[in-house]
Design a protein around this ligand. Structure first.
Ligand code: NAD
Length: 427
């Protein structure tokens, strides 16, 4: 297949050691294809700021525990910083910085007027009571209040956080500001300024991009076979839509294993993660192990569960014609290279699952205009934005014979670099 030819700049066969190293390598690879001032590339290898705070939390038993929180702000040349907040034991400074860089490219490839940020608290929310999570969230909001806001930096849910967390964050921020400020975070419930369609948006964008890339390679969706790893928010919504649009979803999985039917699963009969978590293998007629799903001979493989799912160890098993990344970072650098060598196109996360941040942008617009959009309007505008981004990336694939990932990075980096050039780096 076309769109696969270029050799990455570095020739290392080793996986990058961290999300930050991965993000820097990807930046170098993209910069090699763009006529860009090396001083701007140097600037973009670093975050503008990283805020580290201590969050004292009173546990339910009256003891005090100190947690560490971060907010990494990578680049705001095109608009306020934007990105999720994670509550997870493995949150680290470097991870936040690497993920904040990805957010810069994700917003830029979608042409949203936002820059990139990421943050989180080093904590396991499952080991805390609901009251403790609420106190942790409110105090974290207070600690980073000076550096966030609707025109500065707009957090959103990520691993270990959800719409409720965003409501508490918004409430704590608003209390201190003395007015209700819904635009300080996105991913809220609609009743407090959230957008319709936000929850299903990443899965919807994965489905739209899958439809478009199938069309590009001459496959109609009708009867196209699809395997989806991860039946959570992203995977289940993508699988449902693709099934509705005529594709044959032959396998879906959760952490316990995969349901498989070579003639196509009855997707409607498999409860989504939000209805009944991790129920795929309980309702399936035919269960296969997760690693077998990755090796199925299908038209499209959608890894939509976790990062680092396709690695040097299992990439040679992949037997799909096309990979569409639903999760963030599901393909390691070495695996990505091997897929390119085998001429298997990989549509990257920063394009495929960008429906989430795009509807977050719609939510922010609704909040600052105090006007809510109908679900139909959200979905129509999302489709318009996704098709525009897909077409722009496809132009680069065709014009320069780049991989889809390289092309997406080229589009994003060109936009960010052009803004830096016009504004000046002010060294
Ligand atoms: P989720 O928690 O709703 O679902 C994850 C699913 O993956 C669950 O079904 C779980 O059982 C399954 N899973 C976990 N480990 C697995 C494994 N090793 N093998 C197979 N299945 C496994 O998560 P989500 O919100 O759907 O997010 C999935 C990915 O998409 C993550 O990488 C996330 O960062 C990314 N993403 C999410 C959003 C969003 O707004 N939800 C937006 C963009 C990207």
């Amino acid at each position: 297949m076309s769109g696969q030819s270029t050799t990455p700049v570095d020739s290392q066969d080793e996986e990058p050691a961290s999300a930050l190293e991965t993000a820097r390598r990807q930046l170098d690879n993209a910069a090699a294809h763009v006529d860009i001032d090396p001083n701007i590339v140097e600037r973009l290898k670093h975050p503008a700021q990283v805020h580290e705070v201590t969050i004292p939390l009173e546990r339910d038993d009256g003891t005090l525990e100190a947690f560490t929180g971060y907010r990494a702000q990578h680049d705001s040349v095109r608009g306020p910083y934007k990105g999720g907040l994670r509550f997870h034991p493995e949150v680290s400074r470097d991870e936040c910085v690497g993920l904040s860089m990805w957010m810069t490219w994700k917003c830029a490839v979608m042409d949203l007027p936002f820059g990139g940020a990421k943050g989180g608290v080093v904590a396991n929310p499952k080991a805390l009571s609901d009251d403790e999570v609420e106190r942790l969230t409110r105090r974290f909001a207070q600690e980073i209040r000076p550096v966030v806001g609707p025109t500065k930096d707009i957090p959103a849910p990520d691993m270990g956080t959800d719409a409720q967390t965003m409501s508490w964050f918004m409430d704590a921020y608003s209390m201190q500001e003395g007015e209700t400020v819904p635009g300080v975070v996105t991913g809220k419930p609609p009743v407090v300024g959230g957008s319709h369609g936000r929850e299903e948006a990443p899965g919807r964008s994965v489905a739209l991009v899958t439809r478009e890339v199938c069309d590009y390679y001459g496959l109609g969706l009708d009867g196209t076979t699809i395997a989806v790893q991860g039946y959570g928010s992203v995977g289940a919504n993508a699988a449902e839509l693709l099934d509705e649009w005529g594709a044959s979803v032959v396998a879906v999985s959760d952490v316990n294993g995969a349901a498989y039917d070579p003639d196509g699963l009855d997707i409607g009969s498999i409860p989504a993660h939000s209805e009944r978590p991790e129920a795929v293998t309980e309702v399936a007629d035919n269960v296969i192990p997760n690693d077998e799903l990755l090796g199925l001979d299908v038209d499209v493989l959608i890894p939509a569960a976790v990062g680092n799912a396709i690695t040097a160890d299992n990439v040679d098993d992949v037997d799909a014609d096309i990979v569409v990344e639903g999760a963030n970072g599901p393909t390691t650098a070495v695996a990505d290279r091997r897929l390119a060598e085998r001429d298997i196109p990989v549509v990257p996360d920063i394009l495929a699952n960008a429906g989430g941040v795009t509807v977050s942008y719609f939510e922010w617009l609704q909040d600052i205009n105090r006007r809510s959009w109908s679900p139909e309007r959200v979905n129509e505008e999302l489709e318009t934005e996704m098709l525009a981004a897909f077409d722009r990336v496809q132009e680069e694939v065709d014009a320069r014979d780049l991989s889809w990932r390289e092309a997406a990075y080229v589009v994003a980096l060109s936009r960010v670099a052009a803004a830096h050039e016009k504004r000046g780096v002010w060294p």
